[in-house]
Write a new protein. Structure first.
Length: 442
């Protein structure tokens, strides 16, 4: 991480000449500008501007009709990107470049309520008002391919070459063959202010997992999006590609982003209190289905929820049981709730905001979790299922009085439109599966 004095010294020495001003969009992608470093240092707090349509575009960067926040009738003006100087870091994987994450504010100097960073900040304010702070860690999985992004795109993302040719879960020999990329990822992240615990092979061909150290939940969400961005750029530099799709391969397990969350008052992990633990877990579980879009935001995300796939199919909890959606791990200061519902495509700001909102509601209402589950949740009956599609999850979110209370109508309506636009794009698309199944034989 950098402070301004260190950045000034590096700019003077010529080791930094560019500062990326970045912000997460609705998908959790980092967008922004590259600023001349000397220009940035003239007034570091000034930031820059970006078109407000960036909070209304689809994956192809097309502006989508129907949003109240920004539209053609309002002329698509600007938002102000205000640097959060606590996020200033060197990007060692890029030449002479630093990065700072920004908050989006409007003409009235108020935060843009639909911006993902604002949504999480609002829930962190609620936690602080209740006397708590939240710590978390994102555990991300990804597939690594030996095709670069240009080659992958030209092939229609078909018949790619996975970096491994057999399942390499914890396998050191196979994982050694990917150290050119994964080793570079670890070293660059660690040198860029994102402390790394480990990388390892995962449960599919060419699949890997990276674990970074836990911290306060706001900085963790920032680390999460910078990590994903860095992984893609580092892979690209090595003539490879990584994907954080939740389910990139039909015949392989999907990629998760397990969220590890603990709750603290001062420096005491209060999840060691039975009442606190039960009520936080109870509230989080009680609202998981209606907030599922915050955990699984794409059409593809719901294809990951298959039996015996390591992804949960039911909303249940148990100590150290990988078939349930909520797994309790650790002890003492390390006790935490691991939510196994999100895939690697998750927007961490929305997911952590949903966790905090649900958990705090559990405190307020003394919500008890269901009985602890024992056994194989894949074969159990009577457990509440995970929503099966993005369309179903979006309807639940739209109809959720709880979501509208904790996030506000403006946020809920904006994201309902966002998710329904994604569903409509999928439903109108002709897929490879359809061509293979029907082209000749129907």
């Amino acid at each position: 991480m950098l402070d301004l004095d260190t950045l000034r010294s590096m700019v003077a020495a010529g080791s930094i000449d560019t500062v990326i001003a970045a912000f997460p969009d609705l998908y959790g992608r980092l967008l922004g500008k590259r600023l001349d470093a000397s220009y940035f240092l003239d007034d570091p707090a000034a930031g820059t501007h970006a078109c407000d349509y960036l909070f209304t575009v689809d994956m192809d960067m097309e502006p989508v009709e129907g949003y109240g926040f920004a539209n053609w009738a309002r002329g698509y003006g600007d938002v102000h990107l205000v640097p959060d100087l606590s996020t200033l870091r060197v990007c060692t994987w890029l030449d002479r470049t630093a990065m700072v994450l920004c908050d989006a504010v409007g003409d009235d100097h108020a935060p843009v309520e639909v911006a993902p960073r604002t949504i999480l900040a609002r829930q962190l304010e609620r936690a602080a008002d209740a006397g708590y702070h939240v710590r978390a860690a994102s555990e991300l999985e990804y597939f690594l391919y030996r095709d670069d992004y240009l080659e992958a795109g030209r092939s229609g993302y078909r018949d790619l070459t996975p970096a491994g040719w057999y399942v390499e879960d914890y396998h050191l020999l196979q994982a050694a063959r990917t150290e050119d990329v994964n080793g570079a990822i670890r070293r660059h992240l660690a040198a860029s202010g994102i402390p790394v615990e480990s990388t390892k092979g995962e449960a599919a061909r060419g699949q890997h997992e990276i674990n970074i150290r836990y911290t306060e939940v706001g900085p963790m969400a920032d680390r999460h999006v910078v990590l994903k961005h860095a992984c893609k750029e580092i892979a690209d530099q090595h003539g490879a590609s990584v994907t954080f799709m939740a389910k990139p391969e039909t015949d392989q397990p999907g990629s998760s982003s397990h969220l590890h969350v603990s709750l603290w008052r001062n420096e005491v992990n209060v999840l060691n209190s039975d009442d606190t633990f039960r009520h936080f877990l109870g509230g989080w579980m009680a609202h998981a289905a209606e907030l599922m879009v915050c955990l699984a935001p794409t059409v593809n995300a719901y294809k990951r929820y298959q039996a015996q796939s390591w992804a949960p199919t039911a909303i249940a909890w148990s100590p150290d049981n990988r078939t349930t959606g909520f797994r309790i791990v650790g002890e003492g200061p390390g006790k935490r709730i691991e939510c196994r519902l999100p895939g690697a495509d998750v927007n961490p700001y929305l997911a952590y905001a949903a966790a905090i909102a649900g958990g705090l509601d559990g405190f307020e209402h003394g919500t008890e979790p269901p009985p602890m589950f024992e056994g194989d949740a894949y074969t159990a009956t009577g457990l509440p299922p995970v929503p099966r599609t993005l369309a179903e999850a979006t309807d639940r979110f739209d109809q959720s009085s709880f979501a509208r209370t904790v996030f506000g109508d403006e946020v809920v309506d904006h994201y309902v439109h966002f998710f329904r636009t994604e569903v409509a794009a999928y439903e109108s698309a002709v897929t490879d599966w359809e061509r293979t199944r029907y082209f000749e034989r129907i």
